[in-house]
Design a protein around this ligand. Structure first.
Ligand code: SAH
Length: 219
């Protein structure tokens, strides 16, 4: 039997207390060593149920938000999922255990390379990564069964909606960037289903994500 890090078990218990009951998602989180996805400076906090800073002024999402997003996507092992915002790669690593393949795009070269290195070290075979601007999606691999944005948008870019299969689910933090003077959350994690006539939307929880920005910076 696989031995789990006691800190991972504590994290899963904290998620249960917050109302996360999906056994498949909890077990994917339990099998993902979050300390591999945070920098050395934050290793001690890797299993806290909080967001943490990573390179390039970005953040690794809070495990609770990863859990809610993953559950909302309703993935199964036949599905291909597009993620915008690889960041540390943590969300992609959790998702990859529950679907056929994750296609993850990141605009910062250093984050993209570091995430690729982690996926190799952890021997995760079913994540394809790309350095690029997520606003364009990944047309060569479209259409996708599911799409997850892990950077905030005022509204979902049309190119991404077009790359989602009819009946497919897209989850995104929708809203403006938080004003740094305000403590309040000002985006809503939103679940959208592509229907014949447009998108059926359901607001899930308030969240704070970094913004989705255009272009690929020269870093
Ligand atoms: N999913 C990540 C959290 C990502 S934070 C994790 O599990 O760690 C959001 C990420 O989106 C950042 O790394 C940021 O650089 C990236 N991002 C922002 N705008 C983007 C765009 N247009 N295309 C691709 N990535 C983008």
């Amino acid at each position: 039997m696989q031995e789990f890090d006691p800190r991972l078990i504590a994290l899963v218990m904290a998620l249960r207390r917050q109302g996360i009951t999906d056994a498949r998602v909890l077990s994917a989180i339990e099998r993902t060593p979050r300390e591999m996805f945070v920098g050395e400076a934050f290793e001690h906090a890797a299993y806290d149920n909080s967001a943490l800073p990573i390179a390039c002024g970005q953040t690794i999402s809070q495990p609770y938000v990863v859990a809610v997003s993953t559950i909302a996507l309703e993935v199964n092992d036949s599905m291909r999922v597009l993620e915008i915002g690889t960041g540390s790669g943590y969300q992609a690593a959790v998702l990859a255990q529950l679907c056929r393949r994750v296609y993850s795009i990141e605009r910062h070269r250093s984050l993209h390379l570091e995430a690729e290195r982690r996926f190799k070290a952890l021997r995760i075979p079913n994540i394809a990564t790309k350095l690029g601007d997520g606003f364009a999606g990944w047309p060569e691999q479209a259409p996708f069964d599911r799409i997850l944005l892990t950077a905030a948008v005022p509204s979902v870019p049309q190119a991404l909606i077009e790359q989602l299969k009819p009946g497919g689910i897209l989850v995104a933090p929708v809203g403006e960037q938080p004003d740094s003077n305000l403590e309040s959350n000002c985006q809503l994690l939103t679940k959208m289903i592509r229907t014949e006539t447009g998108l059926k939307k359901e607001a899930l929880i308030p969240v704070v994500f970094v913004p989705m920005l255009p272009g690929v910076p020269q870093d």
